[in-house]
Ligand binder design. Structure first.
Ligand code: MG
Ligand code: ZN
Length: 231
């Protein structure tokens, strides 16, 4: 165990260097970048499909979609509309790192892009340690999961700027309680912006779109407050 610590530190400092390179490119063009994280099945791809269907024709949105295997999600996102979608297959790796993202950003025209969304691999553990050059992490949790997840995976909720509670149309069908997940999440990170929505019914999506627009405007005007808690 003791020998692994210096190696992991070295890997992370190399990652931070590459993440800074990505952030520099995005900042030069004032492109807002989100890193979408969650367990598998919380609805990252569904949220992207809905968002692209609604905003894709008005805004230029680029998507990087990571998965352990298959380009299924990237294909779903491409069908949702008018966007550059770059798939990354990690071949077994359980997170994206800045090198993987940098490798696919090459042919995206950032001068003509307003928003970059990176769909991370479904995993609430190590993606929290890898900066991908994003402005903020957005963590999803769905009502079919345990409402104690913020307490079980505090690192991810601490390093996220917003939490999306998805599948609220299914509330009442399990023991998941909305008030409890919010209380747990805010206990870990009192500054979390919380969205409650259903990608299936569309409930709550208007507020999500409005928030995205606000964040994009803040980035354009240089007033975006970046989340810097890296504990
Ligand atoms: Mg997905
Ligand atoms: Zn991993």
């Amino acid at each position: 165990m003791t020998e692994q610590i210096p190696l992991q530190k070295k890997v992370l400092s190399e990652n931070d260097r590459l993440a800074a390179e990505i952030r520099g490119r995005l900042d030069a063009h004032k492109v807002l970048a989100l890193n979408l994280v969650s367990s598998p099945g919380s609805g990252k791809t569904s949220l992207l499909e809905r968002t692209l269907a609604e905003l894709g024709s008005k805004l230029n949105i680029a998507v990087v979609a990571g998965d352990v295997q298959t380009e299924n999600d990237a294909n779903r996102i491409s069908r949702a509309g008018g966007t550059v979608v770059k798939p990354i297959i990690t071949n077994g790796k359980c997170h994206l790192d800045a090198r993987m993202v940098l490798d696919v950003l090459g042919d995206i025209d950032f001068a003509a892009t307003n928003l970059l969304v990176i769909e991370n691999v479904g995993n609430l553990v190590c993606p929290s340690s890898y900066d991908l050059g994003e402005d903020m992490k957005v963590v999803l949790i769905s009502t079919t999961e345990g409402d104690d997840k913020p307490l079980k995976y505090p690192g991810m909720f601490r390093r996220s700027s917003a939490m999306v509670v998805n599948k609220i149309d299914l509330l009442g069908l399990s023991d998941f309680e909305l008030a409890r997940v919010k209380e747990n999440a805010l206990q870990i990170n009192g500054t979390l912006i919380i969205h409650e929505l259903s990608c299936r019914t569309g409930q709550g999506l208007d507020r999500w779109y409005a928030w995205l627009s606000d964040m994009m405007a803040a980035k354009k005007s240089g007033k975006l407050v970046q989340h810097v808690d890296s504990r």
